[in-house]
Design a protein. Structure first.
Lengths: 221, 221
């Protein structure tokens, strides 16, 4: 019980709850635990989201495909974390990305019905949820209204990456053809190729056919 | 009381509550009413948001300045509506835009403390709030990941507008110099001027010095 208490407290929605609350929650709410072997797909992009999904141990690959399937972005996600709290509500409660296990993973899920009937009765849980959702909209909003100092192609590339990932602190892999990236950045294939090769020569990215890997977003210049 | 009941039911967060709940809410929660004369500023962009702000009667001008103050967008907002539910929570609970009255306006405000201590106890109110916030993040997210069929300058202009307003069903006024718009759209001043004048000749926009007025976003081609 003590371990479970510590584990739950690390999760975004449970932060700030006291041990008595957590004990009560464990009694009332059906927490569903699973251990999943490595290299197993667990969530498909666009699949209905009907439960809160927590990663307790291990790491996942997150893959997001553009709506037109022209490019995709891959990042890893490490425990402890909550996947897509925003996808449980709204008009279209579906997942925004696909996830599969990298290592063996421990996960915990909680049905939406328990979230509404029990968890939301804890003011701290409820406030955590409202804060997370609001923070999500603020960061997307700021991204759209943020300052734009130059129109350098490499800056447009950086902005393109930044606007399509939610964690710039993890390595990023972009799958796209040079032509399609040129289209996204509104420039020529030749200029895009030149820009990418310069970044590669400065060891900021690595390039393979249709694959751009960015080990650290923050060192991109 | 009956009128108040009907009025509250029109507001996004109260939709679906029954008369008994509304009666209880009116007894328990301090609803603060005000009538504000025409042409009065009421909210400043970046001001702290400490209460829910409902427009019950009348209409407001909403002005959003870009972070670098280089451009601004103006739209009107009509009753009944709730202003920026996402600005009450999160790390930076501040307003995203400035508002002033166009006509005489009836407004109702509710302190955040009442929202948390009372209103959130009504499961319908709570679910409405979670759905509104989630919908907000979904629409910003979809905007970023949406299909991109052409790189025509006029399409980039449309996308620029769409990504900076939250209501494409209301007329839009953009204050920006031709140079700054060219910078935003990553094109030349000459091309932008030509594109805008074509739209003007087709009666889709009107142009004044530093002002672009779009009566109907949907007719922009």
């Amino acid at each position: 019980m003590h371990t479970m208490y510590k584990k739950l407290l690390q999760l975004p929605l449970f932060q700030g709850l006291n041990q008595a609350d957590i004990t009560e929650i464990i009694e009332k709410v059906k927490l569903h635990f699973q251990t999943i072997p490595a290299n197993t797909p667990i969530i498909e992009q666009e699949e209905n989201c009907t439960k809160l999904f927590f990663l307790l141990e291990g790491s996942l690959t997150k893959v997001t495909n553009s709506k037109d399937q022209v490019f995709r972005i891959e990042q890893s996600v490490s425990a402890p974390c909550l996947l897509e709290p925003q996808s449980l509500f709204g008009l279209a409660p579906t997942y925004q990305a696909s996830y599969s296990t990298i290592s063996e993973c421990d996960i915990m899920t909680i049905e939406k019905s328990y979230v509404l009937s029990e968890l939301m009765n804890y003011p701290i849980f409820e406030l955590n949820y409202l804060n997370i959702l609001s923070r999500n909209t603020h960061s997307l909003y700021n991204l759209i209204w943020e300052n734009k100092y130059t129109n350098e192609l490499s800056d447009r590339f950086k902005y393109f990456i930044k606007s399509h990932v939610d964690n710039v602190d993890q390595p990023i892999t972009l799958y796209i053809t040079m032509e399609d990236l040129a289209f996204q950045l509104n420039d020529t294939r030749l200029n895009v190729s030149k820009m990418l090769n310069e970044l590669k020569d400065r060891n900021m990215i690595s390039l393979k056919r249709k694959i751009i890997h960015i080990p650290s977003f923050h060192t991109l210049k």
